[in-house]
Design a protein around this ligand. Structure first.
Ligand code: SF4
Ligand code: SF4
Length: 434
């Protein structure tokens, strides 16, 4: 959240750079031995007006998702919109630009790389977040192409045990932290590189990722949106905002009779059952436990930061400049007799080897700082999870966990009371079920 004002400032401060659509390419070096430049399935840059059209389509799709998901509550219309989003943002646009990957562009723009954030990418990042503040995860509902693939192949959802679901739900925070660190350091975009669906959208790519993509799609047939729930870093951000949304998703418009039908219908474990009648533990004991956990928060942040800092040299190896410097050093020491493609390309630039070492040192420094933030972030997420788990909340009826709900609309028509009454759900009173 704190980065949003910075992002908006960045968007407004450098208008000439915001429209930068192209990457700066260096002429490829000539290698002394046969070298085949790999084909890349990455889509070519699009004309500016098409980028603007994409943003308009995104905004309209988000508005429709919010309307179908929260007003008309029509699962049928959401499915049609999901199909459109899959075709447009997935197959037509080949999965790029997408809000999920845009997290890294934003991180890089805020980092030391002096990267100019293209306006279209910035808007793809920010629009779904703004919508989440008003209508929850409308983007996940039926606009995100990654969510769309998983949504449409889900045929026989199995229930993931609550403890396992809670544990795995921490992974997106880790992935987000790593993605931001690697991007801000200017090393790599891991979220795009390991996007399991992009190969499907582009009908090609590396064998390993094609294999992983097929495996995730097969898993999605029986486990509701595994990538969304246990990996997606952008979904994690949307999940943080959606509990504060102005309009909340509702299971039913009537009075819940605790029949459990809606919870059975939700494949994402987003409906929480009523809790047993509260047992009145001594308040002093409860307060003490909560106070201890809150006091533990800064400790977890510092310990987390310190631990990840220890792993910083290892993390820095994700950067090509660090790997190159290591290879150059090995060559200089005579430990590497045959030059690699990278060292040969470096030698052709005709710059002193000290340049490689200086660049690598700079990257190491970035990781030394960034790893403190990453570890602190992980400690904070874990600490807050412990605190929130220790707060007893009483629920007398089934309620939606707004953070986990992807507004798929499956549960809407399972409430027997609504069916019996034939209520117009749109006209019904708005209850806060957060
Ligand atoms: S959780 Fe991530 S992948 Fe899933 S629909 Fe939302 S943004 Fe897309
Ligand atoms: S709308 Fe939300 S609560 Fe209802 S089934 Fe879909 S994810 Fe679950």
């Amino acid at each position: 959240m704190n980065s949003l004002p910075l992002l908006v400032t960045a968007l407004l401060a450098a208008p000439r750079h915001l429209l930068a659509e192209e990457q700066f390419n260096f002429p490829p070096p000539e290698f002394s031995r046969p070298y085949v430049f790999p084909d890349t399935p990455t889509p070519a840059p699009r004309p500016e007006w098409l980028g603007v059209a994409d943003v308009v389509v995104l905004a309209v799709a988000l508005a429709l998702a919010a309307y179908f998901g929260l007003r008309t509550r029509s699962r049928r219309h959401l499915v049609v919109l999901t199909g459109f989003s899959l075709l447009y943002f997935g197959f037509y646009k080949k999965g790029c630009v997408c809000a999920v990957g845009a997290v890294q562009n934003v991180a890089m723009a805020l980092g030391p790389e002096q990267y100019a954030l293209p306006l279209v990418v910035g808007l793809f990042f920010i629009l779904p977040l703004v919508f989440a503040l008003f209508w929850g995860r409308a983007f996940c509902s039926s606009v995100c192409p990654l969510g769309a693939v998983q949504e449409l192949v889900l045929l026989r959802p199995l229930k993931v045990p609550v403890w396992l679901n809670s544990a795995l739900a921490l992974l997106p925070a880790l992935y987000l932290g790593l993605g931001v660190l690697f991007a801000a350091a200017g090393s790599t975009f891991i979220i795009c590189r390991y996007d399991p669906f992009v190969q499907v959208f582009r009908f090609g790519g590396g064998t390993l990722m094609v294999f992983i993509g097929i495996a995730v799609i097969l898993l999605s047939v029986v486990v509701g949106r595994p990538y969304c729930r246990y990996a997606c870093p952008y979904g994690f951000l949307l999940g943080l905002l959606s509990p504060f949304s102005r309009e909340k998703v509702r299971i039913t418009t009537g009075d819940c009779i605790n029949c459990h039908l809606c919870a059975d219908a939700c494949p994402y474990g987003a409906i929480q059952p009523p809790t047993p009648a509260p047992q009145y533990l001594p308040r002093a004991a409860e307060r003490k436990r909560l106070g201890l956990l809150i006091a533990l928060l800064p400790v977890l942040v510092i310990v987390g930061g310190g631990l990840v800092r220890l792993a910083s040299p290892l993390l820095a190896r994700a950067d090509y400049r660090v790997r190159l410097a290591a290879q150059v050093w090995q060559e200089e020491q005579g430990k590497l007799t045959d030059p690699t493609d990278e060292t040969e390309a470096f030698a052709k630039r005709g710059v002193p080897t000290s340049d490689a070492y200086v660049a690598a040192l700079q990257v190491h420094r970035r990781y030394a700082t960034g790893s403190w933030f990453l570890g602190g972030w992980l400690g904070l997420v874990l600490g807050l999870r412990l605190v929130s788990g220790s707060v007893r909340r009483h629920r007398s009826i089934y309620q939606i966990n707004q953070s986990a709900c992807v507004v798929c609309g499956r549960c809407y028509h399972y409430c027997p009371l609504d069916r019996q009454r034939g209520l117009s759900l749109t006209d019904a009173p708005q209850e806060d079920q957060s």
